[in-house]
Design a protein around this ligand. Structure first.
Ligand code: ZN
Length: 164
């Protein structure tokens, strides 16, 4: 499946490796989170190839344990589109969503999920609860992983290394 309606290929090709623009943006948002002392995770929601919402982890800043990048981005997108059903939207996030976020993506009926790095310790898509694989999950987005994985993993590694 190709998703390059952004006229972004020229921009992306000028980087060391061509990342889709939404994931490039999500990685930049994750870097902003790290600067703010938050675990570096960024998320972007696109509709018809255009970014309509973006967020980064804000649990500490908002004093809200549920303020994961995906949750905040979903709220922004729903508000912006004035609908609780985001079935034509795609979510791009730098880390495998946790079980809470995976459930929220299902409830929001997000059409497609692309994440960068796997999260064997806290993920809920390919690991742990595997939310989308449960019979109680009534909407499963298409799932793609590994896009931007090296950069996302390095962001997390250096964030936690600096805190030891
Ligand atoms: Zn989460």
């Amino acid at each position: 499946m190709t998703i390059e309606p952004l006229g972004a290929s020229a921009h992306a090709m000028s980087r060391s490796f061509p990342l889709p623009l939404p994931m490039r943006r999500a990685l930049d948002l994750a870097a902003v989170a790290a600067e703010a002392g938050e675990v570096p995770v960024g998320a972007v929601i696109t509709l018809d190839g255009e970014i309509i919402a973006e967020a980064r982890n804000a649990m500490r800043g908002q004093v809200d344990p549920t303020a994961h990048a995906e949750m905040v981005a979903i709220r922004h997108a729903a508000t912006r589109l004035d609908t609780s059903r985001l079935d034509r939207c795609e979510l791009w996030v730098t880390l495998e969503p946790c079980a809470m976020c995976a459930a929220a993506l299902s409830l929001a009926r997000i059409g497609k999920l692309t994440f960068a790095a796997d999260d064997p310790k806290g993920g809920g898509v390919l690991h742990g609860a595997r939310v989308f694989n449960q019979p109680t999950c009534h909407h499963r987005p298409e799932v793609f992983s590994g896009i931007g994985e090296a950069e996302a993993a390095e962001q997390l590694r250096s964030f936690f290394a600096a805190r030891r």
